[in-house]
Design a protein around this ligand. Structure first.
Ligand code: PEP
Ligand code: MN
Length: 454
């Protein structure tokens, strides 16, 4: 036939019966019949992503595993329906693309780009309920489950939101595909934005030399006759935490080329720190789909945990299939990361090593505001490079919570917010994100480090 048969319409539940394994962090829906209706609808909607795209991402991450490429993952801690606007999506995409150009130059390697986007609507919480005074309500579990305001109606767990999350993701991905294929992401344009950053911010001035070198490199490529079309399009993938199984399971489809199950909810799915038990439903889910997958590893993860996860999730040892996203904390990484990397490498598992310098560095101000210090973020990244340099392994990439806007959620950086600035634009639905300038400052700083390591 003349058209590519990419994913069949066969809903996964016709093929996969999910065993009843313990699943932490699942919404306790009040209305089972409504959930069933929504599941049935999710099982027949068109795929957001395609099996062939997921395979291509495995290949590109395979290059990272081999030490030939770098990966950048970035976006909101929690996407919201209200912020799923063209402006907000464009700003996030722009920031990730700007960071990627700088990192490409610093590493002299291709940078694989994955947004924490188009599906990041579900949040694990440390407590299922929240109490203020006399009132106890369910915690906020992400816009895919309930709503933020501390009011009974808003906090009600509503399965209809699973479908809303699918539709919001579909709209976001449509825009991302248009931007990244339609010339908006042209390399010269992205570089021009970086030049603006260098010219216009205190944080940027420090990186004038690097920006000039990138300029020269681009001019050189042009002079050598590089095809301008090559620079106009970029591959950009969508990733999110596979947390709420009532969303993820119905969005598995069977690839008609191979008969293999794929999640069509996003290209890259990861299992979070709170749900990565070897015998959990989440790890079992990740083991069955053929997408590239990640697992977060925090400071309590042991080398044995990591090896067992690698064995369960990538028994065929396909490079690019499995990414470990380590989030140890700046003060702990030098001690906790080396034994894990050593054991996994000694056992011959081809994993991608990514640093999430956000989740181990969250703290509360004396006024009770959740924040992160930019200098802790950079310290963990530097610690990550140091560990991999010492062990001779490849520091494969970064996983960052960021926004393209000038929010005041994380403290520090050259001209970043101070504690008294936090209320000014504290807009996150969950964890504090680096703002646009802090994100670019981080990228330039990492690029400088990568140059030193070369
Ligand atoms: C997250 O990425 O937003 C998150 C909850 O991370 P972790 O699972 O590492 O705590
Ligand atoms: Mn987070």
């Amino acid at each position: 036939m003349g058209y590519p048969a990419i994913v069949s319409d066969l809903p996964s539940h016709d093929v996969i019966s999910w065993p009843d394994l313990p699943a932490a962090q699942q919404p306790q829906w009040p209305d089972a019949a409504h959930l069933e209706q929504v599941s049935a609808a999710l099982a027949t909607v068109p795929p957001l992503v395609f099996a062939g795209e997921c395979d291509q991402l495995v290949d590109q991450l395979g290059a990272v595993a081999r030490g030939e490429a770098f990966v950048l993952m970035g976006g909101d801690c929690a996407e919201t329906f209200a912020a799923n606007t063209a402006n907000s999506i464009r700003a996030r995409l722009k920031t990730v693309l700007q960071m990627a150009v700088v990192l490409t130059y610093g590493s002299r390697m291709p940078v694989v780009k994955i947004g924490r986007m188009a599906g990041q609507y579900f949040k694990p919480r440390s407590k299922p309920n929240e109490t203020h005074g006399e009132v106890t309500l369910p915690s906020y579990f992400g816009d895919g489950v309930n709503d933020q305001p501390f009011e009974a109606q808003a906090r009600r767990l509503d399965p209809q939101r699973l479908l809303s999350a699918y539709h919001a993701s579909s709209a976001a991905l449509n825009l991302v595909r248009a931007f990244t294929q339609g010339g908006y992401a042209d390399l010269h344009q992205v570089h021009a934005w970086n030049q603006d950053f260098v010219r216009e911010s205190q944080a940027g001035i420090r990186f004038e030399r690097l920006a000039r070198e990138i300029d020269n490199a681009l001019a050189f490529m042009k002079a050598c006759g590089a095809d301008p079309e090559e620079f106009r399009r970029v591959d950009f993938y969508a990733g999110h935490e596979a947390l709420v199984l009532d969303y993820e399971r119905p969005l598995v489809r069977i690839d008609s080329r191979t008969g293999n199950p794929y999640s069509v909810s996003g290209h890259f799915l990861w299992v979070g720190e709170r749900t990565r038990d070897l015998d959990s439903a989440h790890v079992q889910f990740a083991s069955l789909i053929h997408n590239p997958i990640g697992v977060k590893l925090g400071p309590t993860a042991t080398p044995e945990d990591a090896v067992e996860l690698a064995q369960a999730l990538n028994p065929e040892r396909i490079p690019g299939r499995l990414t470990f996203i380590t989030r140890m904390g700046a003060g702990k990484i030098a001690e906790t990361l080396p034994p894990i990397v050593e054991k996994v490498e000694a056992d011959g598992h081809p994993v991608v090593w990514v640093c999430d310098p956000m989740h181990g560095n969250t703290r509360e101000t004396s006024g009770g505001v959740k924040t992160r210090q930019f200098e802790d973020v950079t310290a963990e990244v530097h610690g990550f490079f140091e560990v991999h340099r010492t062990l001779g392994t490849h520091p494969g990439g970064l996983h960052i919570e960021l926004t393209g806007d000038d929010v005041t959620e994380c403290l520090g950086g050259i001209d970043g917010p101070q504690e008294q600035d936090l209320p000014y634009r504290y807009e996150t639905a969950c964890d504090p994100r680096l703002n646009r300038v802090q994100s670019l400052e981080l990228a330039f700083e990492v690029a400088q480090r990568l140059e030193e390591l070369r």
